[in-house]
Design a protein around this ligand. Structure first.
Ligand code: CMC
Length: 362
């Protein structure tokens, strides 16, 4: 038995390939760098869904239908009562998602892709005592998310940065949440069920729940000069450094650099806190060096969550909402995998080794 199913191949996929030795991510034949440089959320979603849905969609059709779907799902925000609003944002989004109909078609898929994009900003505003802002079907998904979050038209650089984030995290091989989505899809339960299972897997700090704690760590460190001591003390206490390490990557996670790059236009136009970036870079360098020293047998480098934290903070998302933003971007990957599994896979049903007591008679 392989603990954590490490290195076990559990699916064949045309969707994405994670090469952990080379530090390379390919999404449907396109390298991550090319994808981030030349795509939007909508074009990446079209690429991921190509051939997986009962009906083909062009990028423009998807953009229009997502806009209309955002309007349609906004009606569900009314169900966010005090009990739902008392939950952490990702749990509140999950509760609202659970009210959507299940199904396997394009309408269900598009509704699911637009729902977290609408629910998360609405939940955050309601939790802060503000009125939710209605979606604008004419905007791109990224621009509309930022407008629903702040009530203001986002700048071109802000929209591009969120787009780069959503593209970067759209799919990533057989990670825990995608595997969960495929397990559910293999029972033919429907896309809404798959996405709900995936959100539940995503929220754990070992998967998509790390970027909030990354900011807590930056706050606790405070200044670049304190990085080395603070990180050393944390490792002495047996803690893990959030935003570092990965099950597959043995080198730098390529998504970290894609997100670092996405911050550059914001930095160039003065829309980023330069001191915060300097602190993050100092912490990153100190952490890599100390991890090399303390864990010489396990290559540990920066992962996607580190620069996610900086990017989403810059765009105005509160840290408790970061996992929810991850869910907005990853939903299309979950849907593509769920469809691929339902179309080409079998019921996923592995076996376990019983190591408990035997009945007396045996
Ligand atoms: N800080 C300190 N030590 C670490 C870290 C870390 N971030 N990550 C792994 N290690 C150590 C771990 O303590 C263990 O050491 P030892 O063998 O001496 O006990 C060794 O490295 C191997 O750890 P592991 O738990 O077998 O590694 P894994 O492949 O199961 O864990 C991980 C991968 C991402 C859960 C882990 O690196 C981690 O907890 N990182 C911090 C949380 C984090 O950044 N999560 C976001 C992951 S990226 C998002 C995604 O793609 O899902």
């Amino acid at each position: 038995m392989k603990n954590g199913l490490e290195d076990v191949i559990a699916a064949e996929t045309q969707l994405s390939d994670v090469d952990g030795e080379a530090g390379r991510l390919i999404i449907r034949g396109v390298s991550l760098d090319d994808l981030v440089a030349n795509s939007t959320y909508e074009s990446t979603a079209t690429l991921l869904l190509d051939g997986m849905m009962p009906e083909a969609l062009t990028e423009e059709e998807l953009r229009q239908r997502l806009g209309l779907a955002r309007k349609e799902v906004f009606a569900h925000v009314a169900a966010a009562d005090n009990q739902i609003l008392a939950l952490p944002p990702v749990d509140a989004v999950r509760a609202l998602l659970a009210r959507l109909q299940d199904g396997d078609g394009v309408d269900t898929a598009i509704r699911l892709m637009s729902a977290p994009a609408v629910f998360l900003p609405a939940v955050l505003r309601l939790q802060q005592g503000n009125r939710p802002i209605e979606p604008d079907a004419t905007l791109s998904q990224s621009a509309d998310i930022l407008k629903m979050l702040t009530g203001r038209q986002p700048s071109r650089e802000q929209t591009a940065a969120l787009d780069a984030y959503l593209v970067t995290i759209s799919d990533h091989g057989l990670n825990a949440s995608t595997f969960a989505a495929r397990v559910i899809a293999s029972t033919q339960a429907g896309l809404t069920s798959s996405v709900l299972a995936a959100v539940s897997a995503l929220k754990g700090p070992l998967h998509g729940g790390a970027p909030g704690p990354v900011l807590d760590m930056l706050d606790a460190i405070g200044t670049p000069a304190k990085a080395e001591t603070w990180l050393g003390d944390a490792l002495d206490r047996g803690e893990r450094l959030m935003g570092f390490g990965h099950r597959i990557y043995r080198v730098r996670d390529p998504r970290a650099d894609a997100l670092k790059g996405a911050l550059k236009p914001l930095t160039a136009t003065g829309q980023v806190d330069a001191d915060r970036v300097a602190l993050a870079e100092a912490v990153e360098a100190a952490a890599i060096s100390i991890l090399r020293e303390r864990k010489p047998d396990r290559p540990l480098d920066v992962n996607v969550e580190f620069y996610t934290a900086l990017l989403l903070e810059t765009l105005g998302f509160p840290r408790e909402a970061f996992t929810g933003v991850f869910a907005i971007g990853r939903t299309v990957g979950w849907i593509a995998h769920a469809r691929e599994q339902a179309l080409r896979g079998r019921l996923i049903r592995p076996r376990s080794v019983y190591v408990g007591p035997l009945p007396k008679a045996a």
